[in-house]
Design a binder for this molecule. Structure first.
Ligand code: AMP
Length: 308
């Protein structure tokens, strides 16, 4: 029951009100892989890096059950680089630099050993590349989840609209849902986006949790109220890794199980924000994850007597 993850493996420079780092490992696929590796193995990564990407990081991923046969290393070129600065509320950020570098020539080849995977996580990446990967799979996975961002809505909307008709679950944040749909109300936005061909839609609202839409159903999962949010970078990808990791582990893609999966995603994301980069995701154990899931149960568990 393998899981293919596609996305960037990158260097990030991040500034938050609590500190600054010039060059740490990041990238959508890196966060997805670290999060999902706590739940399911193997993870079959598809990405591209320059020769500057640290071998230690590759070794760490491999030791966690992440296969790298689909990660191309380009000699003489640099890895994707992203730089962002968070505002005081930590829910909004400005992208300062996006250097595509190796991503400009990315033409992923799905290795034969990855064929037959049941789950596909298309991390934030050029929509044309996401389409290319889906087309190479001889058997359609049981579930395809896609993450994207405003950058691609602005620079590659036709391709993004095409890929939306090929997937099952779309993950975006509230601002992006409004941008994609042209609607301010998230309920109206969800209807417009589902009419684009998306069966399940998850709208992430940062520290305010996430909404899951399907047909006329809606489910809300809170984010854990944390005393300190140190660096939100990668929280969305970590959420995605926890979400699909849980679905792949249980092999159950029902709406009911997706409710649990978004709680698992929220729990994983709550660890990610505690330190810069994917560091926390490398430190945590199964016991830490279970304890945090129990906190989520406490957070939303209540009794009520109906009025009548
Ligand atoms: P998140 O905070 O979950 O949105 O993810 C942040 C990660 O996404 C960073 O580690 C970046 O390297 C990566 N990233 C930023 N912009 C892009 C982009 N345009 N395409 C793909 N990955 C990106």
């Amino acid at each position: 029951m393998s899981l293919i993850t596609v996305g960037t493996m990158a260097f990030d420079a991040i500034e938050t009100p609590f500190g600054k780092v010039d060059r740490i490992v990041g990238g959508s696929a890196t966060y997805v892989a670290y999060a999902a590796s706590h739940l399911v193995k193997p993870i079959q990564q598809i990405s591209i890096v320059g020769e500057d990407f640290p071998q230690d990081e590759m070794n760490e991923l491999v030791s966690r059950g992440v296969q790298l046969d689909g990660v191309e290393i380009v000699k003489g070129k640099k890895s994707f680089f992203w730089s962002g600065k968070y505002h005081l509320d930590m829910n909004t950020r400005d992208t300062l630099i996006t250097d595509l570098n190796v991503l400009m020539d990315f033409n992923p080849i799905v290795p034969p050993s990855y064929q037959g995977a049941e789950f596909l996580m298309l991390g934030n990446l050029m929509p044309s590349i996401q389409i290319n990967v889906i087309k190479q799979l001889q058997k359609r996975p049981k579930l395809i989840v896609l993450d994207t961002m405003n950058f691609w809505m602005e620079s590659a909307l036709p391709d993004l609209q095409t890929v939306l008709t090929m997937i099952d679950v779309l993950l975006i944040n509230d601002g992006e849902a409004r941008q994609l749909s042209g609607e301010h109300s998230l309920v109206k936005a969800a209807k417009v986006i589902m009419a684009m061909g998306v069966r399940f839609l998850i709208i992430k609202k940062g520290e305010h949790g996430a909404l899951l839409f399907h047909d006329d159903h809606v489910f809300f999962a809170p984010a854990l109220p944390l005393e300190d949010v140190f660096d939100p970078t990668g929280a969305g990808d970590t959420f995605a890794g926890g979400f699909i990791g849980h679905l792949a582990r249980t092999r159950d893609i029902s709406f009911e199980n997706m409710k649990t999966a978004i709680i698992v995603g929220s729990a994983m994301a709550s660890f990610c924000v505690e330190k810069f980069g994917p560091q926390r995701l490398k430190e945590i154990t199964k016991a830490d994850i279970d304890a945090r899931l129990a906190e989520f149960v406490q957070l939303v568990n209540f009794d009520i007597d109906l009025i009548s």
